[in-house]
Design a protein around this ligand. Structure first.
Ligand code: CO8
Length: 259
């Protein structure tokens, strides 16, 4: 598939970098972009040489939301019957390798929701997060009312969804929405560094860790703990567990084979 609204490149032979690329529209997310993004993510997920994916935008905007121009004229029947706007959005959740959002500038509406669908967010010091849909006469439609409270708690999520105000990075980090904040010119280095360190580990253990943390959002505590325990037990069937523990015991660097 030829991409027009995103770019895809591979760093160090193992990190897939997907860049949202509609700069004039502040990376507003339309159907074409979401299709291309889904395609690129699936391609990277299926590529054995790729250990981690970084999703980023431009300095000014990670993404300023779903494309308002494309949505403005839709009727209820259009969006409901055609599943317009919303289709393709959950595809990122099916990606089994880690996806890091490297966010600078605006991450608003669908842009904030897209960042929250990633596994964690590294933010530049100019990043701003918000769910301003209320100002347009609608509400978040790609999980914002569900993922934001899980990330920052009810009080801030309600504040954001009801007033449409933006959160700067200091507040976003304090509230737990982002995992790290770095100067803008260090954003991609930081994200790439995190991705490369993940690539050094056993891909099987990495995928299991991701699956298990995500389970915390879908299950009660005892079910989640049991799920984790079974994955933990299962990892003892891998060569990578033998290698990792042997390397520790013999004070050498582990060389994982993803097997
Ligand atoms: N959609 C379409 N175009 C946009 C969007 C957008 N979301 N955001 C910005 N643009 C366009 C502007 O129209 C402008 O285009 P032009 O140059 O042709 O006039 C260009 O980008 C630059 O924008 P501004 O001139 O407005 O730039 P400013 O620096 O003055 O302001 C802001 C930046 C504050 C980000 C401002 O552009 C803004 O408020 N944008 C809209 C933010 C917003 O409301 N986002 C929520 C959209 S609704 C949504 O995301 C619902 C998600 C539901 C997902 C459902 C799927 C499951």
């Amino acid at each position: 598939m030829e991409y027009e609204t995103i770019t895809l490149r591979v760093e160090a032979g193992k990190v897939g970098i997907v860049t949202l690329n509609r700069p004039k529209q502040l990376n507003a997310l339309n159907d074409q972009l979401m299709n291309e993004l889904g395609d690129a993510l699936k391609q990277l997920d299926h590529d054995d040489s790729i250990g981690c994916i970084v999703l980023t935008g431009s300095e000014k905007a990670f993404a300023a939301g779903a494309d308002i121009g494309a949505m403005a004229k839709y009727s209820f029947a259009d969006v409901y019957k055609g599943d317009y706007i919303t289709r393709n959005w959950e595809q990122i959740r099916s990606i089994r390798k880690p996806v890091i959002a490297a966010v600078s500038g605006f991450a608003l509406g669908g842009g904030c929701e897209l960042a929250m669908m990633c596994d964690f967010i590294i933010a530049a010091d100019n990043a701003k997060f918000g769910q301003p849909e209320i100002k347009l006469g609608v509400i978040p439609g790609a999980g914002g009312t569900q993922r934001l409270p899980r990330a920052v708690g009810k009080a801030k999520a309600m504040d954001m969804a009801l007033t449409g105000r933006m959160m700067d990075v200091t507040e976003a980090e304090r509230a737990g929405l982002v995992s790290r904040v770095v100067p803008l010119d260090k954003l991609m280095d930081e994200a790439l560094g995190a991705a490369l360190s993940i690539c050094d580990f056993s891909q099987i253990a990495v995928m299991a860790a991701k699956e298990s943390v995500n389970r915390a959002f879908e299950s009660g505590l005892s079910d989640g703990v049991m799920f984790e325990r079974r994955l933990f037990h299962g990892l003892f069937a891998t060569a990578d567990q033998k290698e990792g523990m042997d390397a520790f015991m013999n004070k050498r660097k582990a060389g994982f084979t993803n097997s």
